[in-house]
Design a protein around this ligand. Structure first.
Ligand code: KIV
Length: 263
């Protein structure tokens, strides 16, 4: 059966967690779907893991469309969410709609955009015109130069309040999901409880409605230092299928993330 936004909301309303992993090609789309991953995220992290770049900033709309098509061909019943790349949605809601429409036409069921209050009008514009949106706050990698690096967000009283307000306003504007990246677990819990839409954490503690990791990271394929919030699910697994299935069980039972993965 196809996973839909309604399926995800129902899981969360029943206090069940769901799982998200990044995915960039057809083979992995089939593996992840068969292992029970609920949402495949065609993340602009492909700039890092496929292109070898140190940021996501050079990823193009054509890149995202190409990889969305690959994933859609590999798993026809999967729920596919695709990142809008840097520069493809920040100019105006109209620019965002034109580009999001191309991503949806390529096979995505939802787009993800980074940013808080500044994205509220865009979220409203897209959702009123039939394009579901996942908002993404906290550490937003497309703003890495403004943030001064990949670091913890929402760790002062003022910035925590800003993130809470952003989350509420994005939900009000029509966002159906919210990614929170690298924020204190306590804050992520507070935000999750303040919203009715599901939250998806990465480095945001166990109390989010769902978890996401970059596929290559959870398969132990990172180059350089392993981020605190990553667990290598290949360690002890006999196959990629088993590692992914273990991730699904660990998230659904609340065993991942552990305290050692949170801030
Ligand atoms: O691009 C990506 O992989 C992401 C996740 C890290 C949430 O946005």
């Amino acid at each position: 059966m196809r996973t839909t936004l309604a399926t995800l909301q129902k899981l969360v309303d029943n206090n069940e967690k769901f799982t998200v992993l990044t995915c960039y090609d057809a083979i992995f789309a089939g593996i992840l779907k068969n292992a029970g991953v609920d949402v495949l995220l065609v993340g602009d992290s492909l700039g890092n893991v496929l292109h070898g770049e140190s940021t996501t900033l050079s990823v193009t709309l054509d890149d995202m469309i190409y990889h969305t098509r690959c994933v859609a061909r590999g798993a026809d019943k999967a729920f596919i969410m695709t990142d809008m790349p840097f520069g493809s949605y920040q100019v105006s809601p109209e620019q965002a709609f034109e580009n999001a429409a191309r991503i949806i036409a390529a096979g995505a069921h939802m787009v993800k955009i980074e940013g808080g209050q500044i994205m509220v009008d865009t979220v409203q514009f897209l959702t009123q015109r039939g394009i579901p949106v996942c908002a993404h706050i906290g550490l937003t990698p497309q703003s890495v130069h403004q943030l001064g690096g990949y670091k913890l967000q929402g760790n002062s009283e003022e910035s925590a309040k800003q993130l809470l307000d952003d989350a509420k306003n994005l939900e009000k504007a029509g966002a159906s999901l919210l990614v929170m990246e690298v924020v204190p677990a306590k804050l992520a819990k507070k935000i999750t409880h303040a919203l009715t839409i599901p939250t998806i954490g990465i480095g945001a503690g166990v109390d989010c409605s769902a978890q996401v990791l970059v596929l290559h990271d959870m398969l132990g394929l990172y180059s350089g230092k392993k981020p605190r919030f990553v667990k290598d699910f290949m360690a002890g697994a006999n196959s990629i299928q088993e590692a992914v299935a273990n991730y699904v069980v660990a998230v659904k039972t609340g065993q991942f993330p552990g305290q050692e993965h949170e801030f």
